[in-house]
Write a protein that binds this ligand. Structure first.
Ligand code: OSB
Ligand code: MG
Length: 376
């Protein structure tokens, strides 16, 4: 593909409700949006999911902007032709900063799909057009509020409930939800690294509640400790923060650190690595994956929906409808939930939804335009 123009937008989006995890509360989140335009006028969009602070990852919206502006875009701008493979090659010596890389890489995938006039999910090799949707519920002030929220989401049709836990907010909400909704409720918890191996007695108690999985209980670097914990409980461990590339997945497999991986395209640097992790974990290790979220706008959500159509996705995803997150999304139509708790991957090219460009241009806090200037 021959790019003509690259644009970056820093847009802050207000969540309908604050989202509390063991890291803290998010009320408004930055979205670094990337718009690529190629020589015939086709346009690709994506979103970098770096957050408002270095909690989930060391990246923030400012570091993502910095890496894109000072390293990634200058290199891409020197190229007359670019594709996903070449892109991954020219950014390969930038250490880490996966969320910055993923933003650009996924915009290239959307553009590629648009140039080929195909839906992105088909270009990726997706097979399941209706992806199963779950919700991730932040830490609530009272268990009463939690019970109400769970009821409300189940009424809407969501097929799985995930609650965030932290020390002091774990056994009680889990026990309460089991009491209220019974053993059939598909329930899982996400600790976002808030515990240590010395909390093993607590996990043995949690083990009695028939959860689908426990997500990222321990420190993100502790593959060995996760393997030790896995030997003491029967509930499957799912890794999120610990898996940044396919090598981490291979190590987690060899050590026995996890049964399940929550794949987030932003965390792993884009779709090329998503496919590698998916193929290793599902086809080689014969284990399930699902697609996680980072409270994306409708743009990033389109990329998540595409990824969730892959064959190894065997659990409900953290991909909910636009209205769960925002009063008003920045794509048309917004993402909606079908009655059976699925979201349908669109047949239109690319991510398959219209981006509200005027809104983004008017409301961004910072924008920058770059023109391609090939060296040769
Ligand atoms: O750990 O899965 C996580 C949101 C921000 C950062 C980390 C996580 C989450 C979620 C939200 O759980 C998932 C969603 O986008 O609905
Ligand atoms: Mg998580």
């Amino acid at each position: 593909m021959e790019l003509k123009k690259i644009e970056l937008f820093e847009l802050w989006v207000k969540l309908r409700e604050d989202f509390e995890t063991s890291f803290g509360k998010t009320i408004e989140r930055p979205a670094i949006l990337i718009r690529l335009e190629e020589k015939n006028g086709e346009v690709g969009w994506a979103e970098s999911v770096a957050g408002e602070g270095p909690w989930y990852s060391y990246e923030t919206w400012e570091t993502a902007w910095h890496i894109l502006n000072d390293f990634i875009i200058p290199r891409v701008s020197e190229e007359k032709e670019i594709d996903v493979e070449k892109f991954n090659d020219i950014v390969s010596n930038i250490r880490g900063h996966n969320m910055a890389k993923a933003g650009f890489e996924m915009a290239l995938w959307d553009l590629k799909a648009k140039v080929e006039d195909k839906p992105l999910w088909k270009v990726l090799g997706g097979v399941n057009k209706n992806i199963v949707s779950g919700v991730s519920i932040g830490i609530q002030n009272t268990t009463e509020e939690l019970v109400k929220k769970v009821s409300m989401f189940l009424d809407k049709g969501y097929r799985r409930i995930k609650i965030k836990i932290k020390p002091g907010y774990d056994l009680e909400p889990i026990a309460r939800l089991r009491k209220e909704f019974g053993q059939e409720l598909p329930l899982q918890v996400d600790a976002n690294s808030a515990y240590k191996l010395t909390d093993i007695e607590l996990f043995k108690k949690i083990d009695g509640y028939n959860l689908l999985m426990i997500e990222q209980p321990l420190h993100w670097k502790d593959l060995v400790d996760h393997a030790e914990l896995a030997r003491h409980i029967k509930t499957p461990i799912c890794l999120d923060e610990s898996i940044e590339d396919v090598n981490d997945a291979r190590k987690a497999y060899q050590l026995g650190s996890a049964m399940i991986i929550n794949i987030k395209p932003g965390r792993v640097g884009g779709f090329s690595e998503v496919l590698k992790i998916h193929d290793f974990w599902y086809k080689v290790a014969n284990r399930p994956v699902w697609i996680g979220g980072m409270l994306e706008t409708g743009i990033g959500r389109g990329h998540l929906v595409s990824a969730a159509t892959l064959p190894g996705v065997k659990y409900p995803n953290d991909i909910s409808a636009s209205e769960k997150y925002f009063e008003k999304d920045i794509v048309e139509p917004p993402w909606t939930l079908n009655k059976d708790g699925t979201i349908t991957a669109p047949e239109k090219p690319g991510i398959g939804v219209e981006v509200m460009e005027d809104y983004i241009v008017k409301n961004s806090k910072r924008t920058k335009t770059y023109f391609i200037n090939p060296k040769k």
